[in-house]
Design a protein around this ligand. Structure first.
Ligand SMILES: [Fe+2]
Length: 191
């Protein structure tokens, strides 16, 4: 359920930013790219958990979707009235996600190291087109972070470390100079 809800928070930001761009109130195309890449990253966490049979029970799926719908509108309201409060909330959610995965890695390390990595994880982190993987990591240069994916432990290390990247981005989004601080890692200064 957490991964179903996690990406919806970015859908809320994207919805409001798209509305503001439609109304001509501001234009921060880099933020649209970065927030979409963050939602794409959370989508892959969800696909990995589904591959591990984490969504087999219909009741879990129903509860996750209901929570996601509720959080979508809550974050939209927060973002409209106080973008800083919305980013602070999302920062806390991601800090909690990091701590949860870290605890799981410590308690299940031996077991996870004997289990294979799902194909979707190898594709997303290692073998596929890594443009979208690089795009949400605003504190890194493009192509700087390349997780090793040999077993399920490596996958959960990568997922845990992913959760810390938006924490840095959400913190930067709350700063007064956020417009110039938060840029796509692929943005190149115009010549
Ligand atoms: Fe996640």
């Amino acid at each position: 359920m957490p991964e179903t809800v996690a990406r919806v928070l970015y859908f809320s930001c994207l919805s409001v930013l798209h509305l503001y761009e439609t109304l001509g109130w501001w234009r921060r195309s880099d933020w649209l790219k970065v927030h979409f890449a963050e939602s794409w990253n959370e989508l892959h966490h969800l696909l990995i958990m589904e591959d591990l049979d984490g969504a087999n029970f219909w009741g879990d799926r129903l509860l996750a979707r209901a929570a996601a719908l509720l959080y979508y509108w809550i974050v939209i309201a927060m973002y409209v009235f106080s973008p800083g409060a919305a980013y602070r909330f999302m920062e806390l959610v991601e800090v909690h996600a990091y701590a949860s995965y870290d605890k799981f890695l410590k308690s299940d390390e031996a077991r996870l190291k004997f289990l294979p990595a799902p194909a979707i994880a190898k594709q997303y982190y290692r073998d596929g087109d890594l443009y979208m993987f690089d795009e949400f990591q605003t504190s890194h240069k493009s192509a700087e972070r390349r997780p090793q994916i040999d077993n399920l432990y490596d996958v959960f290390v990568a997922v845990r470390d992913d959760e810390m990247e938006p924490v840095k981005t959400m913190a930067a989004c709350q700063q007064t100079q956020a417009a110039t601080m938060v840029l796509s890692p692929h943005s190149q200064p115009l010549a």
